[in-house]
Design a binder for this molecule. Structure first.
Ligand SMILES: [Zn+2]
Ligand SMILES: [Zn+2]
Length: 245
């Protein structure tokens, strides 16, 4: 079993050195390990710590176009890992992103510039309180799920990244929505979601999965052992993972 594509890679286009490798270093590494396709996906611009600058997306695309000429043996996509910004499901998928990106990933991140103080309060504080209070946990789980579902309904999201990471969500409802919207669910190799139990729940629906490295340095590109173990533990039909061969 071999990973043939990695759709979640951070580069030096992230702010604050979040991604350590340049796009060219990423491409070279991907070619070296025999990947057929990659996507360079820095955080969306509304991630105030690590997002790609609003004015850098075109520059990143130009770099990708240059790399396509130089390394024709591999397919190179530009994407972003967009951020969920409020409970209505607003994200930082904007015109600039849609214009230059070939693939859209989206996930929940703590470092996002949330739309309002109320959203920040719920995402950051109430979810924390929920860790120690079962009633709050259940309430927040329902609310968080609605935020993700709203985002999936509002935007064309190709891959939903690490569902269930950082905040609790109802995977059943998310997978049901993913079936409807054609969104691929990520088995993230760097975070522990989807885990085996979540994969088992999601697999009841007609959805596809992708194992991605979420690498922040070139040496991690294409790593998929944890993701594959979660999938096999869940007894998932591996042909449903789009980037395994
Ligand atoms: Zn992420
Ligand atoms: Zn990421």
């Amino acid at each position: 079993m071999k990973l043939v594509a990695d759709y979640h890679i951070h580069s030096t286009y992230s702010r604050r050195n979040h991604g350590k490798s340049t796009i060219e270093e990423i491409v070279q590494k991907a070619v070296e390990i025999g990947l057929e396709e990659i996507a360079v996906t820095d955080h969306g611009p509304a991630h105030y710590l690590y997002g790609i600058g609003w004015n850098k997306i075109k520059e990143a695309k130009d770099k990708v176009l240059e790399m396509r000429e130089k390394y024709p043996e591999i397919s190179i996509l530009l994407g972003v890992e967009a951020n969920i910004l409020d409970y209505k499901g607003t994200t930082d998928i904007c015109d600039e992103v849609m214009r230059y990106c070939d693939i859209i990933l989206c996930g929940y991140h703590v470092g996002a510039l949330f739309s309002s103080v109320g959203d920040a309060w719920n995402f950051a504080v109430m979810n924390r309180i929920g860790r120690k209070n079962a009633a709050v946990f259940e309430k927040m789980k329902e609310k968080n799920t609605q935020a993700v579902v709203n985002a999936m309904n509002k935007y064309k999201i190709n891959i939903l990244t690490h569902p269930g990471d950082k905040i609790p969500v109802n995977i059943d409802l998310i997978a049901m929505t993913a079936e409807k919207t054609g969104t691929i669910l990520e088995i993230n190799n760097s975070h522990s979601h989807l885990n085996a139990e979540e994969i088992r729940i999601a697999a009841k629906y007609n959805v596809k999965f992708a194992i991605n490295s979420d690498s922040h340095i070139k040496d991690n590109i294409g790593s998929f052992a944890r993701g594959l173990k979660a999938a096999t533990d869940a007894e998932l039909d591996l042909t449903r993972i789009i980037n395994l061969k």
